[in-house]
Ligand binder design. Structure first.
Ligand SMILES: CC(C)(COP(=O)(O)OP(=O)(O)OC[C@H]1O[C@@H](n2cnc3c(N)ncnc32)[C@H](O)[C@@H]1OP(=O)(O)O)[C@@H](O)C(=O)NCCC(=O)NCCS
Length: 168
């Protein structure tokens, strides 16, 4: 089943979402964010915005970013394993970046592990380009990070984001 068959909806992440979010986080990353880390982003970090994508009531993925001036830095993105490769990750990015574009954001950055082929492919398909490499960035495995950037409003994510609303 593709996401065309289900109604996806992006909403701000709340404390009530944390059990589902942390369950996805734990099966998605070697060093997952803790519940306290999400709580800090939701409640205290004034530049942070975390969103969940729901199919009906179920949280199927989420994204966190920091927004400073005209830039966003994507700090976390994951999709429930049962929902992967069905367009959810793309839908979350497009919806979250559309909202950012509507607030005047023009540039998006992120770091990704070079070996994370699905994520690198997803970002590349939305127009993110590799602009650098941070040596030994991931302390858990010692991997480098690729730094990727998208200029929103060009023929990249901005074009996609500018044409679509929240959800899919
Ligand atoms: C990376 C991740 C968020 C992608 O989410 P997703 O919902 O599976 O992605 P989508 O279905 O929207 O796929 C969009 C594009 O990503 C790429 N992609 C997704 N899964 C892929 C896979 N297993 N292999 C290769 N490319 C893949 C493809 O380019 C795909 O486009 P296509 O469907 O036209 O081929 C998901 O795999 C995940 O949660 N991984 C674990 C956490 C993680 O690595 N987060 C990113 C940290 S930087």
């Amino acid at each position: 089943m593709s996401t065309m068959d289900v109604k996806l909806r992006l909403a701000p992440m709340t404390l009530a979402d944390l059990d589902e979010v942390v369950a996805i986080e734990r099966v998605s990353f070697p060093t997952p964010w803790t519940p306290a880390a999400f709580r800090y982003e939701i409640q205290q970090n004034r530049v942070a915005r975390c969103s969940v994508m729901r199919a009906e009531r179920q949280v199927v993925g989420y994204l966190c970013l920091w927004e400073i001036g005209h830039e966003v830095h994507i700090t976390n993105l994951a999709v429930h394993p049962d929902w992967r490769h069905r367009g959810v990750g793309r839908a979350i990015l497009v919806a979250a970046l559309s909202e950012a574009v509507a607030r005047g954001v023009t540039l998006a950055f992120l770091e990704v592990r070079p070996g994370n082929a699905p994520a690198v492919a997803l970002y590349g398909s939305l127009g993110f380009q590799i602009i650098g490499r941070r040596s030994g960035y991931y302390f858990d495995t010692g991997e480098d990070a690729l730094v990727m950037e998208a200029r929103l409003g060009d023929d990249t994510v901005g074009a996609v984001a500018g044409n679509q609303g929240t959800g899919s």
